[in-house]
Design a protein around this ligand. Structure first.
Ligand code: PMT
Length: 418
């Protein structure tokens, strides 16, 4: 993420909503990611938050007035409109949405929105009735038809004491929605990437299950890395401990059989399949219908094999589809991973060294190697799963480009930075 945001100029437009204070957190997170953030506060926004907070967080002068004595207003908004990598309007009121839709330029922000050709992301926040008013709906549709982007709002309890859609979406979701807009990387544009993630749960009885420690962190990192390259991403996930990646289609499942069914449904359209899930190899043959009681006697569970989802895809490979697996190993890492690469007929496999501290399940970091069919193993040191996901995505794009080169069709499908 840092690599993507570093040195990008983000104009953060803050408009008059009770949620304006959350824009401070957004500004702070963007600065942390390495972006240059220029805060712009409308007159109404300043009824809720002060420019000084944004100036302290961003280290930039907050723009509050159209005509300030020390600037040349005719140049200033045009200059920033041209230099900006992205405009984020958060919170975006019904008023700024209406002004942007109809080309009204009566303050600094609305004027600059007209002048810029940078992508614009609106994060609406308003009363539910205002949000569902036909005028607002029409304005949003009009802006979308012109290429503007929207994230949120969420449903929930609003400041006006009503419950419904209109609450500013979570700051992390705003950042995730914005990332593909600033990445400038379209290597996977038009491609469908299917990712399995999290662990599966196999019922023992109505309240107990056999499961594993997968948190969904790796699948989430991979989904965000693919989205940042313009891919259309579907994540089929078992129960996870992390929020779903914003922008991905998420299919929630519980058991290996449900995951197999969901993969069978979504895989036919996928250009790339990445199996990061920890799928239970076995399930209880006959889970108890009632909660099992202890009676002092030892218990034996009769287990039967689950379908191997990835192996099934490897057997019926579609030409051009890239298949990537993971192998979480506690011993003979490379040997075991290579055996799985061959047995499941994969293009790449990630040998995940789960026997070392802080690598693998539940944690934010990973250590291991990426193996392909022919080349040398690419070992990687303990690193953040986000960083590793970037590395794996680069390998996937390189592989796809090599395949399209060798098939003689050129690189029309996977154009680096195109
Ligand atoms: O979610 P996190 O906490 O971030 O943890 C990430 C992870 C450790 C779960 C992940 O990075 C990982 O290593 N996943 C693979 C876990 C594993 O042990 O896989 P396996 O060796 O059982 O299976 C090999 C491959 O076949 C995997 O790609 C797996 O998704 C797939 N498989 C396995 C069994 C099965 N029935 N169907 C499958 O598709």
């Amino acid at each position: 993420m840092r690599r993507i945001w570093s040195d990008k100029c983000i104009v953060l437009g803050v408009t008059g909503s009770i949620a304006a204070y959350k824009a401070c957190d957004l500004a702070s997170r963007l600065v942390e990611l390495g972006a240059e953030v220029v805060p712009v506060l409308t007159k109404s926004a300043r009824e809720f938050v002060g420019a000084a907070s944004f100036e302290a967080i961003t280290g930039q002068r907050a723009i509050t007035e159209m005509f300030e004595p020390v600037q040349n207003p005719a140049i200033e908004h045009i200059a920033l409109a041209t230099r900006a990598s992205l405009f984020i309007i958060a919170p975006a009121t019904a008023n700024i949405i209406a002004k942007a839709a109809h080309g009204i330029a009566d303050d600094w922000l609305s004027t600059t929105l007209l002048a810029t050709r940078a992508p614009i992301l609106f994060a609406p926040a308003m009363n539910s009735n205002m949000y569902s008013h036909p005028a607002t709906i029409a304005n949003i549709e009009l802006l979308k038809s012109r290429g503007c982007h929207f994230v949120g709002p969420e449903s929930g309890r609003l400041a006006c004491k009503t419950i419904g859609p209109g609450r500013l979406i979570d700051v992390q979701a705003i950042i995730e929605a914005a990332t593909p807009l600033v990445s400038g990387n379209h290597e996977l544009a038009g491609k469908r990437v299917l990712i399995t993630s999290g662990g599966t749960r196999e019922p023992v009885d109505p309240v107990r299950f056999l499961g594993n420690r997968s948190s969904g962190r790796m699948g989430r990192a991979l989904a965000l890395a693919a989205l940042a390259r313009g891919a259309e991403v579907t994540v089929i996930t078992g129960p996870a401990h992390v929020a779903p990646p914003y922008g991905a289609r998420v299919v929630e499942v519980e058991t290996a059989a449900e995951m197999a069914e969901a993969v069978a449904k979504h895989a036919p359209k996928a250009d790339v399949v990445i199996a990061a899930a920890a799928v239970a190899d076995y399930r209880v043959k006959a889970p108890s219908v009632q909660k099992r009681k202890r009676d002092g006697a030892p218990v034996t569970l009769d287990l039967i094999e689950n379908p191997d989802i990835l192996a099934a895809l490897g057997k019926s490979r579609r030409k051009g589809r890239i298949l990537v697996g993971f192998a979480a190993e506690t011993e003979r890492l490379l040997e075991n991973a290579r055996a799985k690469l061959q047995k499941k007929n994969l293009d790449l496999i990630v040998a995940n060294q789960v026997s070392v501290a802080d690598s693998g399940f539940e944690v934010d970091t990973v250590k291991g190697a990426i193996l392909d069919r022919a080349g040398p193993n690419e070992e990687f040191p303990l690193c953040a799963k986000e960083e590793f996901a970037e590395r794996l995505m680069e390998r996937i794009v390189a592989l796809a480009n090599a395949e399209s080169d060798s098939s003689g069709i050129g690189r029309a499908n996977f154009v680096p930075g195109g």
